[in-house]
Design a protein around this ligand. Structure first.
Ligand code: AMP
Length: 191
């Protein structure tokens, strides 16, 4: 089951939660660009300083910064057999960059899992996550709306990009239900 997979979907669709079991199922490391940026913020690194205001506003970090960070991570030894990417790509240019990067390594994506959750439910989840995880980009309704709009306008077109190419299997999974139900749907879809 190893290879490079994406777990794709809007903010609060459950990508991070599901990635925890899905990466075990696949036997590859989980790479979350959102987690990586938050670690840079915490560590006060140069990238952290560069992206602080962008994350707080719910906008996308420039592709040059994001792609370079992903390239560096994908060059590490633990991803030799593949990786589960979460939060990347976020737009069609990143998707096409990733295709080129993987082609350069003589490989391509093995599968894309798209988590589908209605927008009303996403908003409720984002509000309760702000309370639980103290994530400032979840707390402000305006920022939450911007992130949902950014997903619809810039990220969702990646699904059409993969469907048009018809090179990688795209598995659309209902993301509403218990963690265990969604886990089973994902593993059933990618079999
Ligand atoms: P996430 O945890 O995936 O919702 O990401 C949190 C924030 O990190 C996003 O709102 C963006 O500001 C930034 N981010 C994460 N992944 C990307 C990406 N692939 N491209 C640009 N910005 C990103």
């Amino acid at each position: 089951m190893t290879g490079h997979y994406l777990i794709f979907g809007p903010p609060a669709a459950g990508k991070g939660t599901q990635a925890a079991s899905f990466k075990e199922h696949l036997g590859v490391p989980h790479i979350s660009t959102g987690d990586m940026f938050r670690a840079h913020l915490k560590g006060d690194t140069a990238i952290g300083l560069q992206v602080k205001d962008i994350l707080a506003a719910g906008k996308l970090v420039p592709d040059t910064v994001t792609n370079a960070m992903v390239a560096e991570r994908l060059a590490e030894a633990d991803t030799a057999q593949g990786a589960l990417l979460d939060g990347f790509p976020r737009n069609v240019l990143q998707a096409s960059w990733l295709d080129g990067y993987l082609a350069g390594r003589g490989t391509k994506l093995a599968g894309v899992v798209v988590l589908r959750v209605p927008e009303d439910e996403l908003k409720e989840r984002l509000i309760s996550r702000a309370e639980k995880e103290n994530r400032s980009d979840d707390a402000d309704p305006e920022v939450v709306q911007r992130r949902l709009d950014t997903y619809r306008e810039q990220s969702e077109p990646c699904i059409a990009y993969y469907l048009d190419q018809a090179i990688v299997p795209v598995h659309e999974v209902d993301g509403v239900g218990s963690i265990d139900e969604v886990r089973q749907r994902i593993q059933g879809a990618v079999r």
